[in-house]
Write a protein that binds this ligand. Structure first.
Ligand code: CTP
Length: 433
C-alpha cells in the first residue's frame, strides 16, 4: 500500500464540510497572527489511512492559548485553558473538541514520572511522542502549506504496517506506551517492529508496568478491551510478558485467551441478555483470570477492575466456579438445586460459566436456569395463605418455599395449583403436629 502524501490537501478537503471549515478557520487565524500551526498525531495517521478520526490536535509554534482564544472568538464556542501546560480546548456543540498545545519539549526527571515541559519547536514536539506513525504533522500555514512533516519516517512505517518507537527509553519514560503499542498494532493490523518489541520486553522485565498506578493500568487495559481485535492484543500481551508482570509472575494460557474469542458467540446463545445491559469487561476479566490460583486473585484483580465496580462480583464468580460445575455435572440434578445454586449469579457470571466450562450438560443447566428457572416465582403471597386460615410465622415462609420448589420442579403451574398445594402442605403440617 502506498500513501501519497502529496495529496494531503485533497484528503483534507474530502473530510466532512464542518471539519474542513474548522481547519480553514484555524489556518486563517494563524496566518493573521503570523504563528505556525500544525495538525498532529492520530488525526494525521488516520487521514493517511483513510480512517475516520474527528479529534483535531493542533500544535502551535508559539502561544497556543492566545491562538485558541482568537479561534474561539470566530467559532463562538467555549474555551477551556490550562496555563500551566500551555494547552487550550475549544468546545463546540455537536462537533469534535479542538485541542491546541504550544510546541514543547518534554523531559522526564525519573522513569514513569510526569514529564517536565518547556516551549519548543515542532521537531521537538514530535520527537517526544510515542510511535513514528503518530509523529507526523501537517503544516497549515507557512511555505509548506498542507504538506506532510515526517521527520521520523512515519510514512514508511505506515505503509509497511509497523509500530516503531522513536528511541529505546520510550517505554521506560512512559510505560503506558507498552499498552498503546499493542492497541495500535491490533487496531490497524500492524506488527510491532522487532527492535521496538525488544525495548518493550526490556521495560516489562524491568517491572516498569508496576511503576504505573493501578488506575492507569486499568485505563490502558480497558482501552485494549474496547479497541479492535482483542484476541490479537491479548496474545501480544502474553508474548511480551505483560500478564506475568500484572499477575505476580503467573502467566495466562493461550487456552483462556482463545476462550475469550468465543464470548460473543456465548452472548448470542443467551439471546435474552442485551450486550448494553452487561459489564462485558467483567466477563473478559473472569475468563482471563480463571486459571490463576484463587489466593492470588485479590492481590492482582485491581490491575483489571476497580474495587468499587466489579471487584466482588468477579471474585465471587471465580470462587464458586468449581462448586457450580461439580453440582451441575452430577447425575440426577434437581432443578430446585440448580435454582438455589445459581440464585447468586449475575448475568456476567452465567455467561462466563457457560463460556468457560466446555461441557454440554453444565451448559444446558446454565441456559435452562437463565431462560426458564430464574424468573419463576410463586403467584400466591402471604395474603393468600391467610385466607387458608394459616397464621403468620415461620410456617408461612416454609410453605411458600415448598410451593416455589414444586413450581421450579415443574409439578405445579397455575395459581390454583399453588393454592391447592399450599392447602395440602398445611394439612400435612397439622396432622404431623
Ligand atoms: N502520545 C504519546 N504518548 C502517549 C500518549 C499520546 O506520544 N502516552 C501522543 C501521540 O502522538 C498521539 C497523541 O499524543 O498520537 C494523541 O494521543 P491520543 O489521543 O491518546 O492518541 P491518538 O493517536 O489520537 O489515538 P486514538 O485514536 O486512540 O485517540
Amino acid at each position: 500500500q502506498s500513501y501519497d502524501f502529496l495529496d494531503v490537501r485533497e484528503k483534507i478537503h474530502h473530510l466532512p464540510q464542518d471539519m474542513v471549515s474548522l481547519i480553514e478557520v484555524v489556518k486563517k487565524v494563524a496566518k493573521e497572527e503570523n504563528t505556525k500551526v500544525f495538525i498532529v498525531g492520530g488525526f494525521v495517521r488516520d487521514l493517511l489511512l483513510n480512517r475516520k478520526n474527528f479529534d483535531l490536535d493542533f500544535v502551535v509554534e508559539g502561544d497556543a492559548i492566545k491562538l485558541a482564544e482568537k479561534v474561539n472568538k470566530r467559532l463562538q464556542g467555549r474555551l477551556v485553558t490550562h496555563k500551566k501546560f500551555q494547552t487550550a480546548v475549544v468546545k463546540l456543540p455537536q462537533q469534535p473538541h479542538i485541542d491546541f498545545v504550544s510546541a514543547r519539549r518534554e523531559y522526564y526527571e525519573y522513569p514513569a514520572a510526569l514529564p517536565k515541559v518547556e516551549k519548543s519547536t515542532i521537531w521537538n514536539d514530535l520527537f517526544r511522542r510515542d510511535f513514528t506513525i503518530n509523529c507526523m504533522a501537517i503544516e497549515l500555514n507557512g511555505e509548506k502549506e498542507y504538506q506532510l512533516i515526517d521527520y521520523f519516517s512515519g510514512l514508511d512505517d505506515l505503509s509497511d504496517g509497523l509500530i516503531r518507537a522513536l528511541y529505546n527509553l520510550s517505554f521506560i519514560e512512559d510505560p503506558t506506551r507498552i499498552f498503546r503499542a499493542i492497541r495500535f498494532a491490533s487496531r490497524l493490523g500492524f506488527s510491532i517492529e522487532e527492535e521496538t518489541k525488544k525495548f518493550i520486553l526490556q521495560a516489562v522485565n524491568d517491572h516498569m508496568i508496576n511503576k504505573l498506578s493501578q488506575d492507569r493500568i486499568r485505563e490502558e487495559i480497558h482501552g485494549i478491551f474496547k479497541d479492535e481485535n482483542l484476541i490479537n492484543s491479548l496474545a501480544l500481551m502474553k508474548e511480551l510478558n505483560i500478564f506475568k508482570s500484572l499477575n505476580q509472575g503467573q502467566d495466562i494460557s493461550m487456552k483462556e485467551i482463545q476462550k475469550i474469542e468465543n464470548i460473543p458467540n456465548t452472548l448470542e446463545v443467551f439471546n435474552t441478555i442485551k450486550r448494553e445491559d452487561i459489564r462485558y469487561a467483567d466477563i473478559i476479566v473472569q475468563q482471563l483470570l480463571s486459571g490463576i490460583p484463587m489466593e492470588l486473585i485479590p492481590k492482582i484483580i485491581n490491575n483489571y477492575v476497580s474495587y468499587r465496580q466489579s471487584y466482588h462480583g468477579i471474585i465471587e464468580g471465580l470462587r464458586k466456579k468449581n462448586r457450580v460445575y461439580s453440582i451441575l455435572w452430577s447425575e440426577n440434578v434437581d432443578l430446585y438445586e440448580v435454582y438455589a445454586l445459581l440464585e447468586f449469579a449475575t448475568d456476567e457470571m452465567l455467561i462466563f460459566y457457560y463460556n468457560d466450562c466446555e461441557n454440554n450438560d453444565i451448559r444446558h443447566y446454565l441456559l435452562y436456569y437463565k431462560l426458564k428457572l430464574q424468573s419463576i416465582n410463586t403467584i400466591i403471597t402471604g395474603q393468600d395463605l391467610l385466607t387458608l386460615g394459616i397464621t403468620p410465622g415461620p410456617l408461612f415462609k416454609r410453605i411458600l418455599k415448598e410451593v416455589l420448589k414444586a413450581k421450579v420442579q415443574g409439578y405445579i403451574y397455575t395459581k390454583e395449583d399453588e393454592m391447592a398445594y399450599a392447602k395440602k402442605l398445611y394439612k400435612n403440617y397439622l396432622e404431623m403436629s
